[in-house]
Ligand binder design. Structure first.
Ligand code: TGC
Ligand code: FAD
Length: 391
């Protein structure tokens, strides 16, 4: 009989190929070696020191723009990219964010909508981690509703002149290139902006209580002059940035389960080792109910991520299905982390254990890439045919 594995109760591992497992193991061991020994300290200090070195290492193991083809990218499957996100977020959401924004947002935008010259200029250096990218969509007054953005690019002869502000931009202050979405006379367009352009600055946002080991910045563009070919030629309209978001949201569907897995396993270890009233915490029915519910949601979530991964690989996934995954998996992951926190009692609030760090990180993950409410409304519209975003 196949033995029951408390860490893989449904036998999901059997769904993976040897290549999938190899990708997963590479990322898991990189994170164990390079992130886990330091993350509590980075988190406490609110910094991600050596981010450029980390980016180069991640490039070296093929994690940047992992599922993109050509231009130095690994050309992995969507399932493999998802497994990578899960392993990185099992260490910390901030590290997965670094990789998501680089690969699924900045590189994806250039890969899908850029000119051949833009792809050749930026993608190989972004895949290797030599250049970090960021993705500027959100503005101070336009988050969930990016259609209202104010950042504006006007023509001046053949040049573009870009003015505006973006807010809450991951990787902003360390980026060498920013993909910035702006209003133009022809609708919303994407611009590839070298961050050393005169008039461009990216002050870091501090005092965050979530994603503390991640760089988050404002982008300020004060009449940044760009050549004609800075625009992404292959898309106009909100479809451009929203397509990139679909790709990044897919990674989060997996990633959130990584944070949840770490919290579940921490709670399971704790419950089987700490005793109260003369027996292990895991021997009390109330603790078992928590562990059982956490395990059910965790592994359902991984199955859902795997299912979506197969659809992405087959080219059949719909954006609403990705919203389904992001809504469910982030919401359940945060619940799992909060429950794990209770199993650890007072130790649950300590940085000596990872659960509170993951739970507070997931507060950002719940909000970025479309809030819970946005994904409910996207699904609600798909279910009813009625648009409830406005009025
Ligand atoms: P709507 O009229 O629905 O759509 C406009 C056009 O876009 C198309 N479209 C999509 N295309 C591809 N993928 C998707 N997911 C798409 N969703 C919509 C749509 O077909 C249409 O195309 P066309 O050709 O007909 O014009 O647009 P709307 O203005 O009603 O907005 C819809 C809404 C609210 C769902 C959308 O604005 C939205 O998703 N808002 C949430 C904003 C958001 O998620 N921002 C994230 C910023 S980036 C970020 O958070 C990075 S954090 C990363 C990290 O650190 O890990
Ligand atoms: P708002 O849109 O103001 O929403 C506030 C609340 O109102 C939410 O609960 C929302 O769901 C609700 N709400 C809004 N409209 C409706 C409605 N019609 N019906 C019901 N409820 C509604 N953005 C980028 O572009 N690039 C990045 O790299 C990036 N990185 C980020 C990193 C971090 C750490 C964080 C926290 C955010 C990041 N973001 C980034 C921004 C993120 O995408 C936005 O915060 C998010 O889209 C929500 O926008 P908002 O914060 O302006 O909230």
């Amino acid at each position: 009989k196949t033995p029951f594995d408390p860490r893989d109760p449904l036998g999901i591992d059997d769904l993976l190929s040897d290549e999938d497992r190899a990708v997963r193991d590479t990322l898991r061991s990189w994170a164990a070696d390079r992130v886990l020994p330091h993350i509590a300290d980075w988190y406490e200090k609110g910094e991600l020191p050596g981010i450029r070195e980390l980016a180069r290492e991640l490039g070296g193991i093929g994690a940047l723009g992992m599922s993109l083809k050509g231009y130095g990218c690994a050309g992995a499957s969507a399932v493999q990219y998802g497994l990578a996100c899960l392993e990185l977020e099992a260490a910390d959401s901030g590290i997965r964010s670094l990789v998501s924004v680089q690969g699924s947002l900045a590189m994806y935008a250039i890969h899908r909508f850029g000119s051949e010259e833009q792809k050749r200029e930026w993608l190989p250096r972004m895949a290797s981690g030599e250049v970090i990218g960021c993705f500027g969509l959100t503005e101070p007054d336009h988050g969930s509703d990016p259609a209202g953005m104010r950042t504006y690019a006007k023509r001046d002869g053949t040049d573009w002149v870009l003015t505006g502000r973006k807010m809450w931009i991951t990787n902003g202050s360390v980026a060498g290139v920013a993909v910035v979405w702006a209003r133009t006379d022809d609708g919303i367009r994407g611009f590839v902006v070298p961050t050393d352009s005169p008039g461009f600055s990216a002050p870091e946002i501090t005092h965050k209580w979530s994603l503390r080991a991640s760089v988050t910045s404002e982008l300020v563009m004060d009449e940044v002059r760009l050549p004609e070919d800075a625009v992404l030629p292959e898309v106009s309209g909100l479809r451009g940035p929203l397509s990139c978001l679909s790709h990044a949201r897919y990674g989060i569907v997996w990633g959130a389960m990584g944070a949840a897995r770490t919290c579940f396993e921490t709670a399971l270890d704790y419950a089987t080792s700490r005793e109260q009233f003369g027996k292990p915490l895991g021997g009390f029915q109330l603790t078992q109910a928590k562990l059982a519910d956490m395990a059910v949601e965790l592994h359902k979530g991984i199955l859902l991520a795997h299912h979506l991964g197969l659809r992405v690989d087959a080219g059949t996934v719909r954006p609403e299905q990705i919203s389904f995954g992001k809504l469910n998996n982030v919401r359940e992951a945060i619940e799992i982390c909060r429950t794990a926190r209770t199993v650890l009692g007072a130790n649950g609030i300590s940085l000596e254990y990872p659960v509170m760090r993951h739970a507070t990180n997931l507060e950002s993950v719940l909000t970025y890439e479309g809030t819970v409410e946005m994904h409910q409304l996207i699904l609600g519209k798909a279910l009813t045919g009625l648009d409830a975003f406005r009025g």
